[in-house]
Design a protein around this ligand. Structure first.
Ligand SMILES: Nc1ncnc2c1ncn2[C@@H]1O[C@H](COP(=O)(O)OP(=O)(O)OP(=O)(O)O)[C@@H](O)[C@H]1O
Length: 241
């Protein structure tokens, strides 16, 4: 079942293109990775899909009452500085009438190696990685249809990164779709279903993850994989630059 469909979407800032002629859809339970070099338009696409920013042209069609959670690249943006973290986790659950899910907070704190004590701390008393993990827990407990995860693993160590990918995979199997924006191409292997490759605001390649990783068609994609050391560490036979 399709949750979101983007048709011929474009965004310009004062005439400068952030992305152009973008078409794709996200189905229930699907994990789509959005990759591309810095400035290729990944975050702006995510922000336009979520309604944080308006499209310049094109259309995003969503199912009725789509519940979406956006996890920002910068976890500092995610919390009210005057609230203890526990309150920041509970308030959206109250609003979305999912307060019963608060019993799972401890389970996720444990999975993501966070001390319960953090719930009594304020954002300025938490590290970036701790805030990021708490933002992720909050998003999951709201039981959204779609999570937009913008570079959410960048502040995490590899153990937490692996645990997070496992959690995302589990919730996707229960029907949550994930738009996963990343620079770290190694994270998408055995994780995402499809990959969209962006270059200067345009989709240059879109395919199932295995195809993109094993047989990228575009030079640009090959260079992205090489730059992330994907080829050099895992597929020496593909090294071309
Ligand atoms: N508010 C803004 N005003 C003007 N230009 C912007 C604005 N936001 C983004 N852009 C431009 O749009 C383009 C796409 O930016 P975007 O942040 O979406 O890229 P990105 O792929 O997410 O980059 P990164 O990986 O570095 O986060 C860039 O050229 C950027 O400079």
């Amino acid at each position: 079942m399709k949750l979101i469909q983007c048709d011929n979407c474009s965004k310009f800032f004062d005439g400068i293109c952030a992305f152009e002629a973008i078409d794709f859809s996200i189905n229930r339970g699907e994990i789509i990775s959005l990759i591309g070099e810095s400035g290729s338009g990944k975050s702006t696409i995510a922000e336009c899909i979520s309604g944080i920013k308006n499209l310049t042209t094109g259309k995003v069609t969503k199912i009725a009452n789509l519940k979406m959670q956006y996890i920002f690249q910068n976890p500092g943006r995610s919390f009210n500085p005057k609230w203890q973290m526990g309150k920041s986790l509970l308030e959206p659950l109250k609003l979305s009438k999912k307060l019963e899910n608060s019993t799972q907070i401890d389970v996720y704190l444990d999975k993501l190696k966070l001390d319960k004590q953090l719930l009594t701390q304020y954002p300025h008393e938490c590290s970036g990685g701790q805030k990021q993990r708490l933002a992720i827990i909050r998003a999951i407990l709201c039981e959204p249809d779609l999570i937009i995860a913008d570079e959410v693993t960048s502040g995490l160590d590899s153990e937490n990164e692996q645990e997070l990918l496992k959690i995302f995979k589990e919730i996707s199997l229960s029907g949550v779709a994930i738009l996963f924006i990343t620079h770290n191409i190694k994270t998408i292997e055995n994780f995402s279903d499809q990959v969209i490759v962006l270059k200067q605001g345009k989709i240059v390649e879109k395919a199932i993850t295995k195809t993109i990783l094993d047989a990228p068609k575009q030079d640009y994609t090959q260079k992205l994989l090489a730059a992330s050391h994907y080829f050099t560490s895992r597929r020496k036979e593909f090294v071309r630059i």
